[in-house]
Design a protein around this ligand. Structure first.
Ligand SMILES: Nc1ncnc2c1ncn2[C@@H]1O[C@H](COP(=O)(O)OP(=O)(O)O)[C@@H](O)[C@H]1O
Ligand SMILES: [Mg+2]
Length: 284
Protein backbone atom coordinates (compact mmCIF):
# COMPACT_ATOMS: atom_id res chain seq x y z
CA UNK A 1 0.00 0.00 0.00
CA UNK A 2 1.51 3.26 -1.11
CA UNK A 3 -0.04 6.66 -1.69
CA UNK A 4 1.07 8.63 -4.73
CA UNK A 5 -1.53 11.36 -4.97
CA UNK A 6 -4.67 11.26 -7.08
CA UNK A 7 -5.98 13.01 -10.15
CA UNK A 8 -8.26 15.29 -8.05
CA UNK A 9 -5.92 15.97 -5.19
CA UNK A 10 -2.55 17.68 -5.36
CA UNK A 11 -0.24 16.14 -2.78
CA UNK A 12 3.22 17.64 -2.29
CA UNK A 13 6.17 15.26 -1.99
CA UNK A 14 6.49 15.77 1.76
CA UNK A 15 2.79 15.07 2.28
CA UNK A 16 3.05 11.80 0.35
CA UNK A 17 6.09 10.90 2.42
CA UNK A 18 4.16 11.49 5.64
CA UNK A 19 1.17 9.47 4.52
CA UNK A 20 3.41 6.55 3.60
CA UNK A 21 5.35 6.86 6.85
CA UNK A 22 2.11 6.59 8.81
CA UNK A 23 1.10 3.55 6.76
CA UNK A 24 4.46 1.90 7.39
CA UNK A 25 4.51 2.69 11.09
CA UNK A 26 0.84 1.77 11.41
CA UNK A 27 0.32 4.90 13.45
CA UNK A 28 -2.37 7.52 13.09
CA UNK A 29 -1.47 10.42 10.85
CA UNK A 30 -2.17 13.68 12.62
CA UNK A 31 -2.73 16.38 10.00
CA UNK A 32 -2.75 20.01 11.02
CA UNK A 33 -3.12 23.12 8.93
CA UNK A 34 -5.26 26.17 8.30
CA UNK A 35 -8.92 25.46 7.53
CA UNK A 36 -9.40 24.78 3.84
CA UNK A 37 -5.96 23.34 3.12
CA UNK A 38 -7.28 19.91 2.20
CA UNK A 39 -7.01 17.93 5.44
CA UNK A 40 -10.40 16.25 5.25
CA UNK A 41 -10.04 15.72 1.54
CA UNK A 42 -6.67 14.05 2.08
CA UNK A 43 -8.27 11.22 4.06
CA UNK A 44 -10.95 10.77 1.41
CA UNK A 45 -8.43 10.72 -1.39
CA UNK A 46 -5.97 8.36 0.32
CA UNK A 47 -8.80 5.95 1.07
CA UNK A 48 -9.99 6.02 -2.51
CA UNK A 49 -6.45 5.68 -3.89
CA UNK A 50 -5.78 2.67 -1.66
CA UNK A 51 -9.27 1.34 -2.43
CA UNK A 52 -10.32 0.98 1.18
CA UNK A 53 -13.63 2.21 2.63
CA UNK A 54 -13.41 5.35 4.75
CA UNK A 55 -15.29 5.63 8.01
CA UNK A 56 -15.71 9.24 9.08
CA UNK A 57 -16.18 10.63 12.54
CA UNK A 58 -16.79 14.38 12.60
CA UNK A 59 -16.08 15.76 16.03
CA UNK A 60 -18.18 18.45 17.68
CA UNK A 61 -17.66 20.26 20.96
CA UNK A 62 -20.09 17.86 22.60
CA UNK A 63 -18.63 14.63 21.19
CA UNK A 64 -17.45 12.12 23.77
CA UNK A 65 -14.84 9.44 23.16
CA UNK A 66 -17.28 6.73 24.23
CA UNK A 67 -19.56 7.57 21.30
CA UNK A 68 -16.83 6.36 18.95
CA UNK A 69 -16.74 3.01 20.73
CA UNK A 70 -20.38 2.23 21.46
CA UNK A 71 -23.45 3.47 23.29
CA UNK A 72 -25.91 1.48 25.30
CA UNK A 73 -29.48 2.50 24.49
CA UNK A 74 -31.09 1.85 27.86
CA UNK A 75 -34.12 4.01 27.08
CA UNK A 76 -35.18 1.91 24.09
CA UNK A 77 -34.68 -1.24 26.07
CA UNK A 78 -36.87 0.01 28.88
CA UNK A 79 -39.57 1.05 26.43
CA UNK A 80 -39.42 -2.32 24.65
CA UNK A 81 -39.65 -4.13 27.97
CA UNK A 82 -42.93 -2.33 28.65
CA UNK A 83 -44.25 -3.41 25.26
CA UNK A 84 -42.84 -6.90 25.62
CA UNK A 85 -45.97 -8.63 24.29
CA UNK A 86 -44.91 -7.68 20.75
CA UNK A 87 -42.46 -10.52 20.13
CA UNK A 88 -42.74 -12.35 23.41
CA UNK A 89 -39.98 -10.20 24.91
CA UNK A 90 -37.24 -11.90 22.89
CA UNK A 91 -35.66 -8.68 21.69
CA UNK A 92 -35.38 -7.21 25.17
CA UNK A 93 -33.55 -10.23 26.54
CA UNK A 94 -30.63 -9.79 24.20
CA UNK A 95 -28.58 -6.80 25.24
CA UNK A 96 -26.75 -6.80 21.90
CA UNK A 97 -29.88 -5.32 20.34
CA UNK A 98 -29.34 -2.16 22.34
CA UNK A 99 -25.65 -1.61 21.74
CA UNK A 100 -25.12 1.10 19.14
CA UNK A 101 -21.76 0.56 17.53
CA UNK A 102 -19.54 3.60 17.10
CA UNK A 103 -17.10 4.19 14.24
CA UNK A 104 -14.18 2.59 16.07
CA UNK A 105 -16.18 -0.57 16.68
CA UNK A 106 -17.18 -0.64 13.02
CA UNK A 107 -13.60 -0.02 11.90
CA UNK A 108 -12.19 -2.71 14.19
CA UNK A 109 -14.66 -5.36 13.16
CA UNK A 110 -14.80 -4.61 9.45
CA UNK A 111 -14.03 -7.60 7.26
CA UNK A 112 -11.55 -5.78 5.09
CA UNK A 113 -8.97 -3.15 6.10
CA UNK A 114 -10.51 0.32 6.36
CA UNK A 115 -9.43 3.90 6.81
CA UNK A 116 -10.80 5.93 9.67
CA UNK A 117 -11.04 9.71 9.78
CA UNK A 118 -11.35 11.50 13.10
CA UNK A 119 -12.05 14.97 11.79
CA UNK A 120 -11.33 18.18 13.70
CA UNK A 121 -10.29 16.55 16.95
CA UNK A 122 -9.47 19.96 18.41
CA UNK A 123 -13.18 20.79 18.61
CA UNK A 124 -13.76 18.32 21.42
CA UNK A 125 -12.85 18.98 25.03
CA UNK A 126 -9.35 18.40 26.29
CA UNK A 127 -10.11 14.94 27.69
CA UNK A 128 -11.25 13.58 24.36
CA UNK A 129 -7.85 12.68 22.87
CA UNK A 130 -6.68 11.21 26.17
CA UNK A 131 -9.77 9.05 26.39
CA UNK A 132 -8.96 7.47 23.04
CA UNK A 133 -5.27 6.80 23.70
CA UNK A 134 -5.55 3.17 24.61
CA UNK A 135 -8.05 2.34 21.90
CA UNK A 136 -5.90 3.91 19.22
CA UNK A 137 -2.70 2.42 20.60
CA UNK A 138 -3.83 -1.14 21.26
CA UNK A 139 -6.66 -1.17 18.76
CA UNK A 140 -8.99 -2.83 21.24
CA UNK A 141 -11.53 -1.93 23.88
CA UNK A 142 -13.88 -3.68 26.24
CA UNK A 143 -17.66 -3.54 26.10
CA UNK A 144 -18.85 -3.92 29.68
CA UNK A 145 -22.50 -4.41 28.84
CA UNK A 146 -21.91 -7.46 26.65
CA UNK A 147 -18.65 -8.49 28.32
CA UNK A 148 -16.72 -8.77 25.10
CA UNK A 149 -13.38 -7.51 23.97
CA UNK A 150 -13.56 -5.74 20.63
CA UNK A 151 -10.23 -6.10 18.90
CA UNK A 152 -9.20 -4.89 15.47
CA UNK A 153 -9.02 -7.61 12.83
CA UNK A 154 -6.86 -5.26 10.79
CA UNK A 155 -5.33 -2.05 12.05
CA UNK A 156 -7.30 0.71 10.37
CA UNK A 157 -5.39 3.51 8.71
CA UNK A 158 -6.26 6.42 10.98
CA UNK A 159 -6.32 10.09 9.97
CA UNK A 160 -6.77 12.71 12.63
CA UNK A 161 -7.19 16.33 11.61
CA UNK A 162 -6.87 19.46 13.68
CA UNK A 163 -7.35 23.14 12.89
CA UNK A 164 -5.09 23.95 15.80
CA UNK A 165 -7.73 25.56 17.99
CA UNK A 166 -6.47 23.62 21.00
CA UNK A 167 -3.19 21.99 21.94
CA UNK A 168 -3.22 18.21 22.01
CA UNK A 169 -1.80 16.29 24.98
CA UNK A 170 1.80 15.04 24.70
CA UNK A 171 0.85 11.44 25.37
CA UNK A 172 -1.47 11.60 22.41
CA UNK A 173 1.09 13.24 20.14
CA UNK A 174 3.62 10.53 20.95
CA UNK A 175 1.38 7.95 19.30
CA UNK A 176 0.87 9.81 16.05
CA UNK A 177 2.89 10.64 12.99
CA UNK A 178 2.60 14.36 12.46
CA UNK A 179 2.22 16.40 9.32
CA UNK A 180 1.57 20.10 8.96
CA UNK A 181 0.04 21.07 5.62
CA UNK A 182 1.79 24.31 4.83
CA UNK A 183 -0.18 26.87 2.93
CA UNK A 184 0.47 26.03 -0.76
CA UNK A 185 3.04 28.17 -2.56
CA UNK A 186 2.03 29.79 -5.85
CA UNK A 187 3.13 26.84 -8.00
CA UNK A 188 1.28 24.26 -5.91
CA UNK A 189 -1.77 26.51 -5.79
CA UNK A 190 -1.67 26.71 -9.56
CA UNK A 191 -1.75 22.90 -9.73
CA UNK A 192 -4.68 22.77 -7.33
CA UNK A 193 -6.61 25.29 -9.40
CA UNK A 194 -5.80 23.33 -12.57
CA UNK A 195 -7.28 20.22 -11.01
CA UNK A 196 -10.53 22.01 -10.26
CA UNK A 197 -10.82 24.30 -13.30
CA UNK A 198 -8.80 22.83 -16.15
CA UNK A 199 -10.30 25.24 -18.70
CA UNK A 200 -9.57 28.47 -16.84
CA UNK A 201 -8.18 31.26 -19.04
CA UNK A 202 -4.51 31.89 -18.31
CA UNK A 203 -4.80 35.67 -18.01
CA UNK A 204 -7.71 35.47 -15.58
CA UNK A 205 -5.90 32.85 -13.55
CA UNK A 206 -2.69 34.80 -13.19
CA UNK A 207 -4.52 38.04 -12.35
CA UNK A 208 -6.70 36.25 -9.82
CA UNK A 209 -3.74 34.49 -8.23
CA UNK A 210 -1.88 37.76 -7.85
CA UNK A 211 -4.90 39.40 -6.21
CA UNK A 212 -5.41 36.39 -3.96
CA UNK A 213 -1.84 36.37 -2.69
CA UNK A 214 -1.95 40.18 -2.28
CA UNK A 215 -5.02 39.82 -0.10
CA UNK A 216 -3.45 36.98 1.87
CA UNK A 217 -0.27 38.92 2.48
CA UNK A 218 -2.11 41.92 3.82
CA UNK A 219 -0.68 42.51 7.30
CA UNK A 220 -3.21 42.39 10.12
CA UNK A 221 -5.90 40.27 8.48
CA UNK A 222 -8.08 38.44 10.99
CA UNK A 223 -8.86 35.55 8.70
CA UNK A 224 -6.66 34.87 5.72
CA UNK A 225 -8.47 33.34 2.76
CA UNK A 226 -7.41 29.78 2.02
CA UNK A 227 -7.46 27.32 -0.85
CA UNK A 228 -11.16 26.60 -0.69
CA UNK A 229 -11.93 30.33 -0.69
CA UNK A 230 -9.78 30.90 -3.76
CA UNK A 231 -11.61 28.08 -5.53
CA UNK A 232 -15.00 29.56 -4.61
CA UNK A 233 -13.92 32.94 -5.82
CA UNK A 234 -12.60 31.63 -9.13
CA UNK A 235 -15.84 29.77 -9.67
CA UNK A 236 -17.77 33.02 -9.21
CA UNK A 237 -15.44 34.98 -11.46
CA UNK A 238 -15.95 32.39 -14.17
CA UNK A 239 -19.70 32.22 -13.66
CA UNK A 240 -20.02 35.99 -13.97
CA UNK A 241 -17.57 36.12 -16.87
CA UNK A 242 -15.43 38.75 -15.21
CA UNK A 243 -12.52 39.68 -17.49
CA UNK A 244 -8.95 39.56 -16.23
CA UNK A 245 -8.59 43.30 -16.89
CA UNK A 246 -10.92 44.08 -13.96
CA UNK A 247 -8.49 42.34 -11.62
CA UNK A 248 -5.32 43.70 -13.13
CA UNK A 249 -3.66 46.42 -11.12
CA UNK A 250 -0.97 48.87 -12.06
CA UNK A 251 2.40 48.08 -10.53
CA UNK A 252 2.11 47.12 -6.87
CA UNK A 253 -1.15 48.99 -6.41
CA UNK A 254 -4.10 47.00 -5.11
CA UNK A 255 -7.79 47.48 -5.76
CA UNK A 256 -10.78 45.97 -4.02
CA UNK A 257 -11.46 42.89 -6.15
CA UNK A 258 -14.98 42.04 -7.32
CA UNK A 259 -16.90 39.51 -5.20
CA UNK A 260 -14.48 40.08 -2.34
CA UNK A 261 -16.99 38.40 -0.02
CA UNK A 262 -15.71 35.05 -1.24
CA UNK A 263 -12.24 35.85 0.09
CA UNK A 264 -12.72 38.07 3.14
CA UNK A 265 -15.17 36.85 5.70
CA UNK A 266 -15.48 39.65 8.19
CA UNK A 267 -16.10 43.37 8.07
CA UNK A 268 -12.83 44.34 9.78
CA UNK A 269 -10.83 42.67 7.04
CA UNK A 270 -12.86 44.30 4.29
CA UNK A 271 -12.46 47.71 5.95
CA UNK A 272 -8.74 47.15 6.34
CA UNK A 273 -8.48 46.32 2.69
CA UNK A 274 -10.50 49.32 1.59
CA UNK A 275 -8.41 51.64 3.74
CA UNK A 276 -5.24 50.34 2.17
CA UNK A 277 -6.60 50.82 -1.33
CA UNK A 278 -7.73 54.34 -0.43
CA UNK A 279 -4.32 55.28 0.97
CA UNK A 280 -2.54 53.95 -2.08
CA UNK A 281 -4.79 55.86 -4.41
CA UNK A 282 -4.12 59.07 -2.49
CA UNK A 283 -0.37 58.53 -2.72
CA UNK A 284 -0.42 58.32 -6.46
N1 LIG B 1 -4.26 19.73 -2.34
C1 LIG B 1 -5.51 19.95 -2.83
N2 LIG B 1 -5.86 19.43 -4.03
C2 LIG B 1 -7.10 19.65 -4.53
N3 LIG B 1 -8.05 20.36 -3.92
C3 LIG B 1 -7.77 20.90 -2.71
C4 LIG B 1 -6.49 20.71 -2.10
N4 LIG B 1 -6.49 21.36 -0.92
C5 LIG B 1 -7.70 21.91 -0.77
N5 LIG B 1 -8.49 21.64 -1.85
C6 LIG B 1 -9.87 22.12 -2.04
O1 LIG B 1 -10.25 22.83 -0.87
C7 LIG B 1 -11.44 22.29 -0.33
C8 LIG B 1 -11.37 22.29 1.17
O2 LIG B 1 -10.60 21.21 1.61
P1 LIG B 1 -10.89 20.48 2.99
O3 LIG B 1 -10.29 19.13 2.90
O4 LIG B 1 -12.33 20.55 3.35
O5 LIG B 1 -10.05 21.40 3.98
P2 LIG B 1 -9.82 21.25 5.54
O6 LIG B 1 -10.38 19.93 5.95
O7 LIG B 1 -8.34 21.36 5.69
O8 LIG B 1 -10.52 22.42 6.15
C9 LIG B 1 -11.58 20.92 -0.92
O9 LIG B 1 -12.93 20.59 -1.10
C10 LIG B 1 -10.89 21.03 -2.25
O10 LIG B 1 -11.81 21.49 -3.21
MG1 LIG C 1 -11.93 19.62 7.23
Amino acid sequence: MKFQGTSNYVATADLMLSVNAAITLQRPLLVKGEPGTGKTMLAEEVASALKVPLLQWHIKSTTKAQQGLYEYDAVSRLRDSQLSDIDGGERVKNIHNYIIKGVLWQAFTAEQPVALLIDEIDKADIEFPNDLLREIDRMEFYCYETRELIRANHRPLVFITSNNEKELPDAFLRRCFFHYIKFPDAATMQQIVDVHFPGLKADLLSAAMKTFFDVRNLPGLKKKPSTSELLDWLKLLMAQDIPASVLQTQGDKVAVPPLVGALLKNEQDVTLFEKLVFMQQRNR
